[in-house]
Design a protein around this ligand. Structure first.
Ligand SMILES: [Zn+2]
Length: 213
């Protein structure tokens, strides 16, 4: 037979870039937390930090100590314990002071004390696409992002904010994202959640379109 070109990435006689990508890419194992970390209900830059946190790749001081000496390996949020991801996002006093108002706002009894267990609990709580579940996904990622941002601000910027200040930034970010959601059903639970996240109830539950005149 005469040699012919056969393209693996051919669909209906045409070469498609999406098909080429599927042929050349390496497929990794799909992890159980993928749908949470890459949820569209999470601000993209928060997704990236959350991904690093789930992979255990944030450059906490215990990891830095493995390849270089540093004068202080303590947590900059509480100064009492060695900094590790499990401490920083889980058992640290500062982190607990942020997780607690989050659980109150979302009507969750409590979250576990370790980051490993918080990750598991977050996956359970974030199943589905109901309004309160979407807020859990968004809020969870916003908190991880801001805890890491506050840690970095103290390490590199020497700026130190208290728990109330960080929590108000979390509420602001989460509220800003919630305001972009539309066609949220009206109900008592929704009204309470809007109140907790300082979002105008009518702004999001109204189906009206406002045009500039
Ligand atoms: Zn700490």
């Amino acid at each position: 037979m005469v040699d012919v070109h056969l393209w693996k990435a051919e669909e209906n006689g045409k070469i498609k870039s999406s098909a080429i990508w599927n042929v050349i890419r390496e497929r990794g194992q799909i992890v159980s937390w993928a749908s949470l970390v890459w949820s569209l209900k999470i601000i993209p830059r928060h997704r990236f930090i959350l991904w690093l946190a789930f992979c255990g790749r944030l450059s906490t001081r215990d990891r830095i100590l493995a390849y270089m000496d540093i004068p202080d390996a303590n947590c900059v949020l509480c100064s009492g314990f060695a900094e590790s991801i499990d401490h920083l996002l889980g058992s640290c006093f500062f982190a607990r002071s942020i997780w607690n108002p989050f659980t109150l706002a979302m009507g969750i009894v409590s979250l576990p004390g370790s980051w490993e267990d918080i990750k598991v609990a977050a996956q359970v709580l974030s199943k589905g696409s109901k309004f309160h579940v979407n807020i859990i996904k968004c809020g969870f990622a916003v908190i991880v992002y801001h805890l890491w941002a506050e840690r970095n601000a103290r390490v590199f910027g020497r700026v130190c904010r208290n728990v109330d200040h960080v929590w108000s930034d979390i509420v602001f970010d989460c509220g800003a994202l919630i305001r972009t959601w539309r066609r949220v059903t009206k109900g008592e639970q929704e009204w309470v959640l809007f109140h907790e996240w300082k979002v105008n109830y009518d702004e999001v539950t109204s189906f009206k379109c406002f045009k500039a005149s």
